[in-house]
Design a protein around this ligand. Sequence first.
Ligand code: FAD
Length: 397
Amino acid sequence: MSTLSPVASDYAIAISEEHEAFRKAVREFAEKEVAPVAQKIDRENQMDMRLVKRAAELGLFGIPFPEEYGGGSGDDLSLVLATEEIARFSAAFSAVVGATYLVSTPIFLFGNEEQKRKYLVPIAKGEKLAAHAMTEPGTGSDVAAIKTNAQKKGDRYVINGKKMFITNGDKADVFLIFARTSPIEGSKRHHGVTAFIAEKGMSGLTVGQRTEVIGLRGDQPVELVMENLEVPETNIVGEIGRGVRIALTCYDHGRVGVAAQGTGLAQAALEAALNYSTQRQTFDNYLLSYQQVQFKIAEMTAAVHTARLLTYWAATLTKKGKDFIKASSIAKIVATEAAEKNAHMAMLIMGAAGVSTDMQVERILRDSQIIKTYEGTNDIQRLTIMKEVAKEMGVVG
Ligand SMILES: Cc1cc2nc3c(=O)[nH]c(=O)nc-3n(C[C@H](O)[C@H](O)[C@H](O)COP(=O)(O)OP(=O)(O)OC[C@H]3O[C@@H](n4cnc5c(N)ncnc54)[C@H](O)[C@@H]3O)c2cc1C
């Protein structure tokens, strides 16, 4: 996907009737079952686990995987449609579902047949929840700098270290833990990290403190502590020492899902502003009659359509298996910032109701700060885009 010599067909977005029918079904679920509990989840900072059960029944944990692995044989586009519809009401709940894909996707792409049967199938069916453990107290963006280490002992590895900000860490049955199996050597700092599957209940694996963050309340991340956690060698995903490549490939896919969360939140803020401004009157006029409100609504509309188009475009490119790294970074930046912008504009339009914690708009603004941060901050996405452009130009990125 060239920046300097664009090819028109690279911009095609392929939405089928099946996609639309699936979107409708998820929308119905979201409107009937997620919307009524979304504010409660945020206020009480507690996930409603009935939703997780329902998502499993609807096949939302295995959308793009083949049926033989417990999936729905859909694609990344179906996954973003579902994510958008859910995040429109509860980004926190969409994060519970989304975080499992940060484990199932790498197992699907890099795991062996036995691992797919043992771990991917129950995760895809929603029978087991999963958590992806990369970030540590000392490092986030720079994944090669992790300190958690794994030492070989016979046919097992002994893992020691601490992870932080782990979504689903307190709910998961399966963990994908990244650890150093060899020290950083010169310029090859991305080598030497390995991905291990661990299971809840293994001795040496403890869920630590919850970290309170301003958004996605109901799905707050936790610490994970590994103290002589012994994992069988057979639980290594992919090649030893190539864990960073596995993680980065997984984030390339995952951030299209984060873009979908942004699109859903941006849409929700627009709907809230439209509803309010057609009901609220000041000085005998509806708010929507004022040009300053109309301009804001127009800008919010432009932001949500741009976010949606870029998200569907990036998802289409991942389906084609085309070079989608740059597209997914672009979609993540634009859609998550659309969520922030629309929430802020909705607040301005709605006056006190906009900042009231009884309404959903302030929640959207809080949630937008998290989605701008995780799976690579938006500034890290800017670096990724620049690296890809430099590669296209034949200059070292
Ligand atoms: C709610 C939540 C859930 C999360 N869930 C998970 C999870 O499930 N699993 C997991 O492993 N992690 C998870 N994370 C961690 C998340 O992925 C990291 O927070 C994120 O990657 C950023 O890392 P950091 O916070 O350490 O920031 P740092 O890496 O310390 O960066 C700090 C700031 O510096 C900027 N910066 C860093 N490097 C550069 C550079 N080279 N050039 C320019 N600017 C730079 C960043 O953009 C950022 O603004 C979660 C985080 C949150 C908040």
